[in-house]
Design a protein around this ligand. Structure first.
Ligand code: IMP
Ligand code: MG
Length: 182
């Protein structure tokens, strides 16, 4: 028998919480984009788990694409510099773009991505984030769809990493000093 998987950090949201939220927002997005031509754009790598849950609950003929941009090094503080390391593979001209993000922290990444996408002539650009950390915002940015609001904590799990690890945890938790022995 496999040993029970150890819980890492302090759990904020369980898998059931997250699935419930994806159902709720998915239903709302389905309604809002009835007359749309939707491309759901996930931000690699953090949004992968949330995006795959969310799109199950959007009952529309959507397309998906991915972009990779980062404002983070391997540590836990933002460098404020954004780089697109993998751009969209699709043309978004006259499409309705919904950017799906894991967490909005300073807002730097999404501010940059939104601007870059708007220059390509889409019909609309909106944001759906799993988590929002509004206390850390440096550029004004409000998500159109939001899963949960979190305090200024270092979050891991359900796509979110610490040094590229813990993305596969099936819950959202936070780390405190001493939680990880390195
Ligand atoms: P922003 O550009 O400062 O808004 O940063 C957004 C990106 O930083 C997110 O997409 C995450 O990849 C990463 N990030 C921000 N806060 C956390 C956190 O608490 N844990 C893990 N990654 C985070
Ligand atoms: Mg991210």
């Amino acid at each position: 028998m496999a040993e029970e998987r150890k819980t890492l950090g302090k759990v904020l949201f369980t898998e059931q919480d997250i699935i419930g939220k994806a159902e709720e927002l998915g239903a709302q997005i389905t309604e809002d984009y009835q007359d749309g031509d939707l491309i759901v754009v996930g931000t690699l790598k953090g949004a992968v788990m949330w995006m795959s849950e969310l799109i199950k609950h959007i009952d529309l003929d959507l397309k998906i694409d991915f972009v990779s941009a980062s404002s983070y090094g391997s540590g836990t503080t933002s460098s404020g510099v954004v780089k697109i390391t993998k751009d969209l593979s699709m043309d978004i001209y006259q499409k309705d773009v919904l950017i799906v993000e894991d967490i909005i922290d300073t807002g730097t990444t999404l501010n940059y991505l939104t601007k870059s996408f708007k220059e390509r002539g889409p019909r609309s650009v909106k944001i759906c984030t799993m988590l929002d950390k509004p206390s850390r915002r440096r550029v004004p940015l409000a998500p159109d769809y939001k899963g949960f609001t979190v305090e200024d904590l270092f979050i891991i799990g359900y796509g979110l990493d610490y040094d590229q690890k813990y993305r596969n945890l099936p819950y959202i938790s936070y780390l405190e000093p001493g939680d990880i022995q390195e």
